[in-house]
Design a protein around this ligand. Structure first.
Ligand code: PMV
Length: 325
């Protein structure tokens, strides 16, 4: 994990300083979906992919221009609709800091995080943006503040998210998360290496969260039992991570995957990748995030990394990112 300060203020030109800030991608290690219903979950930042925001001055009176080439956005802040997430975050932060509503800035956002793949691309862009605005105005944003502003933009995408994505991205370290409670950052006893494989299928988090809710409303006793079982897996996974028992963590990934399949959020493409990873020597594998598409994660001991990567690509993965925490 990088511990570098994510904010840089370039002062080589004192009249036109540039401020940049960044934020990582993320994955949910265990506990997705049940976390919406109050059970714990563990999430981990992925520093191999990042979003960044750079603020530079524009001519006096030019106003604020938002530029995000990756998502085809180039728009004056004043013309952006109220539900454009990056404009929303910009307005909220400027208001909170008592800054002018339309400063003469160009804000340029870039990201190497795959879009709509469940790696937190939207939340990371917002987090980088919040940090850059704070820093450009001479303030330091605490992780809690960043998390709160990013949550507001996440609500536009997901309705009523648990808050785990904005929290892990704002804190930039592995977290134990329970909805409505402050997160607990923690450190693994032995490093865990994960292969993150993108199925290439869009991950419709809002849909899967909505489907799970409909299932829960129709059959609350059954769903509560599944959520309890996922909660027990998450507790056991934390213990195993804290004592460095990687084979146990792998088995718990498999148990979590079986429960997610019962919730109806797996998909044939995800099962294919999970099966391929296990057959190539992964200690365990599961989907990560909302499901039905997006990424799977496989726990891998370092000697098996290349075999697992090759197996995932042969099984149809679009991209494999390897991360260690
Ligand atoms: O699809 P992602 O990676 O943004 O993950 C969503 C996680 C859920 O538990 C499914 C929803 C939530 O709000 O926590």
């Amino acid at each position: 994990m990088s511990t570098a300060c994510p904010i840089t203020r370039h002062t080589s030109c004192s009249t036109h300083p540039m401020t940049t800030a960044s934020a990582p991608g993320k994955i949910i290690l265990v506990g997705e979906h049940a976390v919406v219903y109050g059970r714990p979950a563990i999430a981990v930042p992925v520093w191999q992919v990042t979003a960044s925001a750079a603020i530079t001055a524009r001519a006096p009176g030019a106003g604020c221009l938002l530029v995000a080439p990756d998502i085809g956005l180039r728009q004056p802040l004043v013309a952006a609709p109220a539900d454009e997430p990056l404009a929303l975050v910009t307005r909220l932060v400027l208001t909170a800091l008592g800054a002018p509503a339309n400063p003469d800035w160009q804000i340029e956002l870039r990201s190497t995080i795959p879009i709509a793949g469940g790696l937190g691309s939207g939340a990371a862009l917002s987090a980088a943006l919040v940090r850059a605005i704070f820093a450009h105005l001479g303030h330091a944003a605490s992780p809690e503040e960043v998390s709160q502003f990013v949550y507001e933009s996440e609500r536009l995408y997901h309705g009523a998210p648990s808050g785990i994505d904005n929290t892990v991205i704002a804190f930039g370290q592995p977290i134990w998360f329970v909805k409505g409670e402050p997160p607990t950052p923690f450190v693994a006893q032995r490093p865990l290496t994960l292969a993150i494989a993108d199925s290439g299928v869009p991950a419709p988090t809002k849909e899967t969260v909505g489907d799970v809710r409909r299932g829960w409303l129709a059959n609350p006793a059954q769903y509560e039992a599944w959520f309890d079982a996922i909660g027990a897996v998450v507790h056991a996974a934390r213990r195993a991570i804290e004592v460095g028992d990687l084979p146990a963590v792998g088995r718990l990934f498999d148990d979590n995957q079986a429960l997610l399949a019962r919730l109806g959020v797996s998909a044939p493409q995800l099962e294919q990748l999970i099966t391929a990873a296990r057959a190539a020597g992964a200690l365990g594998a599961k989907l990560s995030g909302g499901g039905r598409g997006g990424n799977i994660i496989a726990l891998v001991e370092p000697p098996a990394i290349e075999a697992v990567r090759a197996a995932l690509l042969a099984a149809g993965a679009r991209r494999v990112i390897v991360t260690t925490f």
